[in-house]
Design a protein around this ligand. Structure first.
Ligand code: ROI
Length: 175
């Protein structure tokens, strides 16, 4: 049964980032133990951290899943690997694909591999804004609304990438 809800943050700044995110969303939806409920627009922003790397494209999606958090993490890492994610080198360096579990039901968890809710999300407008787009009524673990968190973050430099209406039409016709 797909009864657990997870929010996943997606990011890329190498090898056609927009395409990387679209491929990742398809891979998530194609998995037998996950179904994609909704996904945000794509957003572009300058890198947080080291600046000597390309701008990032980010998005957030909501899934229903029967995978437990650790299994979900392993599955997302497999999708990253399929899309040529390299793990050696700088932890804050450029990457083809980054998939982070942001929230898993109301679970709070700290293990060596996984912290839930995702530890950096509060300071990351490129996570909070797309999350707000798809689930504006979320209440976060500190009892505050997601809207309050969004109101506190600096939105300067975050750009929503408008979907190309022609490309969308072609995709619909292709189906
Ligand atoms: N910066 C932005 N804008 N988006 C990201 O997804 C992102 N991911 C990272 C670091 C290097 C922290 N910076 C980022 O891992």
């Amino acid at each position: 049964m797909l009864s657990d809800i997870a929010y996943i943050g997606l990011g890329s700044n190498l090898s056609e980032p927009e395409k990387q995110l679209e491929l990742a969303l398809k891979a998530i939806d194609a998995h037998s133990q996950m179904v994609l409920i909704s996904s945000s627009h794509l957003y572009s922003s300058a890198p947080m951290g080291p600046q000597d790397q390309p701008d990032y494209v980010n998005a957030v999606c909501k899934v229903k899943t029967s995978l437990q958090p650790q299994e979900l993490l392993a599955t997302l890492q497999q999708i990253e690997n399929q899309q040529d994610r390299k793990r050696e080198g700088d932890r804050w360096g450029p990457r083809t694909l980054d998939l982070d579990i942001l929230l898993y039901n109301d679970l709070a968890l700290t293990t060596k591999k996984l912290t839930l809710p995702h530890c950096g999300m509060k300071e990351r407008e490129f996570v909070l804004v797309p999350l707000f787009e798809i689930s504006p009524d979320l209440i976060m673990q500190d009892g505050r609304s997601l809207a309050t968190w969004v109101a506190k973050c600096n939105l300067e430099g975050l750009y929503r990438i408008e979907r190309d209406p022609l490309a969308e039409k072609i995709e619909t016709i292709a189906i």
